[in-house]
Structure formats: C-alpha cells, structure tokens
Design a protein around this ligand. Structure first.
Ligand code: TYD
Ligand code: MG
Length: 455
C-alpha cells in the first residue's frame, strides 16, 4: 500500500505538482490547481468474494420511498425520498432551506426513523429556536455541531440514523485536506465521502448548498454530478411563494416544479399552483396568460409587459422571470415581423410569482403581452396563449397541447390562441374555443381593435 500524500492537480490540463501554485506551468491558467489526496486508500485491496449479478437477475420492483411530510417536496422528488439517496438543496440565503429540512427531519422522525441534523452554519441554539417557532419538539432528531466529516462515520455508528441533514456542504471539511471548508478540494472530497456513507449503509443525505448571486451553486458543478437529486429554490426570498425545482433527478422526472408557501408554520405545500400565478384575470393591456410546461405538468402563469417611450439614449429591455437575451430576441422578432416600432421603446416584463419562464411555448404569450402594452389594448380576454415563435415570425407547434389546454379550461379559461399545426392532432376536446394562427401577423390581430376578431 502506498502512503497518502497531497498533490495539486490542474483542473484544466491535469498538470500536477507537490505544491499549490497560482499559475499552472502546464497550461498557464490561473488558480486552477486543486488539492487532492492520492494513494493511501488501499487501492490494491482484493475484491470482495461476491457473485456479480447479471442485469436480468436484478429485481425490477419500484424503489422503496418514504414521505418527506410535504406533498410538494415528495412530488418533485418523484414520489418521496429514496433511502440511500443524496439530495442537494440549493438556494439563496434566507429562502427557507433550513426551515424545509427541519420540517422534513420532524416528519421523517415521526415515521420512526432517526434523523441526524449536522449544523455547521448555525449554532444548535439557533436550530432550537427555529424548531420552537415551527412547533417541532424534536424528540428523535439528533443535533450535531461538528463540521468535521472525518469523524462523521463514528457518529453515524453511534446514532445509526436513516436520514442525515448536512447544513451546509460549504461548512463541512475533512482533516486530510488543508484548504478551507467550501473550497473546491474540500467540497469534492466531502461529497465523495458522503456518497460512500450514503450508499454503504443506505442512509439518505440532504445537503444544503449555497448559491451565488447569479444562481449557480457556490462550488464546483461536480457536486451536482455526484449527488442523485438536485433541487433548487427558485425566485427570491422576498416572495411569499417559494418555488422548488428539481434540475436533476435519478429517481424521477427532472425539471419538476413544486410550490410552497412561507407561513408562520414554516413552508407549506400549495395544492393548486396555477391559481396563485393568476392574479388579475382581467383583460388589461399588457397582460397575457401563458401555459408553461414544467416537468410533468402545465403551469398557467401571467405575464405582464410595459412598453414606454425611451426617455434618453439606449432603449431598455428589462425582465424578471425571463432571460434577458430571450427578451431581446423576442422583441427583435416583434419589431421586424410584427411591424412594431420598438426602437425607441423601453420594454419591461414581469412574470407572476417569481416563476422563471423557459418553455418556448410561452414565446407567443410574451410577445403578445408586449404588443398589447404597445397598443394599449387587451389581447384575447379570458384566453390562454400558447405557441413558439420562430425568427421568421412563424408560430410553431409545441408538445403537450392537450394537457396545457385542459389545465386552462379547468381554471376557467374559455379561449385559447394556439399554433395552427397543433390543431390537427387535437382529437380530445379541451373545452376551449381555439383560434389557430400560423404567423405573428395573424396573432397580432387578436389584440382588441387591431382588425382581427370581434370580442
Ligand atoms: P431559513 O430557513 O433559515 O433559510 P436558509 O436556510 O435558506 O438560509 O430562513 C427562511 C426565512 O423564513 C427566514 O427569513 C425566516 C422566515 N421564516 C418564516 O417566515 N416562517 C417560519 O416559520 C420560519 C421558521 C422562518
Ligand atoms: Mg440555513
């Protein structure tokens, strides 16, 4: 067996050196050398004497799961928590990560499963205060205030918990690596050890991860690759509703959205999510309703646009809930193919409830909101707008038309503006009266008094 030693590897070119250096001599990149422990791990041990099974011999029954106690969290995880899985929960400070996990700890412990809550971020006293606020007695929740993962296996032997909460992954460390907690080397090593602990003894790990200002996990993308499930809190902490999104899930569909409400009693699931993103329901200029498909279900969301004349200089394009490049592109198509003079107009967009709209099927609803504000006239009152917009101004079909329209009908919408192509494969009657359009020009006629329909 070789002796363990520390080497520094360049994450760009693989160059290694016994010392940490600022600039890699191999590829001249700066700050890419990352500490790693090599050898000493018994790499030459013989394999255990067990039969390696064929794929066909494996049992195919569903993975067993247990409930987190929160129906929305269960749903986005694919139907509950899978024992032995690692779930990374990311989000801005103050958005509710610790709250949600303490509530989960409570509910899991009520099912007769022991929970270990490792708090590296807050003192046990602070955790206690949160628990009191939430009315959680915590009879079988163990609180550990030791951030050293080198000793965690020992604690696990003593307590034997089924679920472990690590709050947060940026505060834990292993002794063998000298860099500070939260550094790339520590994160990688800690996540690696947690993986082994989770799989070997079938303990579920919840890891809290902080995100940077631009929404990425503070740490290597690598962390996301190592865990089974990655869940992010979306939107901002000032919003009353909190959105949870699975960006990766080995045990269920990815991109699923869950909606929670921050109340005096912690985070509670919201049962009828579409309803909360529909605030005005009227027929105001600049307001449209889109049917975005999130994970496995449609979500109806209001989009508000405001178009005003630029007072000086460069016209602004500002959006919350829509990526700014996408807005710039949609505005450009609207100008060129829809004939709107937007060159001297500022465009502001706001998506209800802090939802991030990414589904291309919401393109048409977004451009019609802008056009509707531009003309100061409502568009298709009582209607939902679905369709992708091509650069040439063509309205393209999108998947799941029926599910989207059914959801709209269920929520009281009577009409739908949809792509013409989709009309063909619509055997089921969604209940909406549909207006099918092929081009942006046709769609713009559905703005009141704009020459198309009589509403
Ligand atoms: P917290 O869960 O500590 O967030 P994070 O761990 O992501 O940093 O805090 C969530 C916020 O929610 C905090 O500002 C206080 C507030 N809150 C409530 O409104 N109701 C509650 O029942 C609790 C426990 C917290
Ligand atoms: Mg916290």
């Amino acid at each position: 067996m070789t002796k363990a030693r520390t080497l520094y590897f360049c994450s760009e070119c693989g160059y290694h050196s016994p010392k940490g250096i600022g600039r890699c001599p191999g590829c001249n990149s700066w700050n890419t050398l990352v500490e790693e422990v090599v050898g000493g791990t018994g790499k030459t041990s013989p394999a255990p004497d067990v039969k390696i099974p064929f794929l066909s011999e494996l049992l195919s029954d569903d993975v067993p799961r247990f409930s987190s106690g929160n129906s929305e969290l269960d749903r986005i995880l694919g139907g509950g928590i899978v024992p032995g899985s690692i779930i990374l929960l990311g989000g801005e400070p103050g958005i509710g990560k610790s709250t949600l996990l303490l509530q989960t700890a409570d509910s899991v412990s009520r099912q007769g499963k022991k929970v270990l809550y490792l708090t590296g971020e807050e003192s046990p006293r602070q955790v206690k205060m949160r628990a009191e606020r939430l009315g959680i007695p915590g009879d079988s929740i163990y609180i550990l205030n030791d951030s050293c993962l080198s000793v965690l296996p020992d604690y696990l032997d003593k307590v034997d918990p089924e679920a472990v909460i690590v709050d947060s992954i940026q505060t834990v460390y292993v002794r063998e690596i000298s860099s500070v907690p939260g550094s790339v080397a520590q994160l990688r090593e800690c996540a690696g050890r947690i993986m082994e602990l989770a799989k070997a003894e079938e303990r579920t790990f919840f890891l809290v991860g902080h995100v940077t200002k631009d929404g990425a996990l503070a740490g290597p993308k690598l962390l996301e690759h190592m865990v089974d499930t990655v869940v992010y809190f979306e939107g901002d902490a000032n919003n009353y509703y909190r959105l949870l999104r699975t960006v990766k899930n080995r045990f269920g569909p990815a991109n699923e959205i869950g909606i929670l409400e921050m109340s005096g009693n912690g985070l509670l699931p919201v049962d009828n999510p579409s309803r909360i993103f529909l605030e005005h329901r009227g027929s105001l200029p600049g307001l449209t309703v889109v049917a975005s498909f999130e994970g496995t279900r449609p979500l109806l969301v209001e989009v508000e646009a405001l178009v005003v004349t630029t007072s000086f200089g460069y016209p602004r394009r500002m959006a919350s809930g829509i990526e700014s490049n996408r807005l710039a592109l949609l505005a450009a198509v609207l100008e060129k193919r829809g004939g709107l003079a937007l060159g001297n107009k500022d465009i502001y967009i706001k998506v209800a409830g802090g939802v991030n709209l990414k589904d291309p099927a919401t393109d048409l609803g977004i451009v019609l909101a802008i056009a509707s504000s531009y003309y100061e006239r409502p568009v298709l009152p009582g209607g939902v707008i679905i369709g992708e917009l091509g650069l040439s101004g063509d309205i393209r079909p999108v998947p799941y038309m029926n599910l989207r329209m059914k959801e709209a009908f269920k929520l009281g919408f009577s009409r739908g503006l949809i792509p013409k192509e989709a009309g063909r494969e619509e055997p089921a009657n969604p209940g909406l009266s549909v207006f099918a359009v092929e081009t942006l020009g046709e769609a713009l006629r559905y703005i009141d008094g704009n020459g198309g329909m009589d509403t």
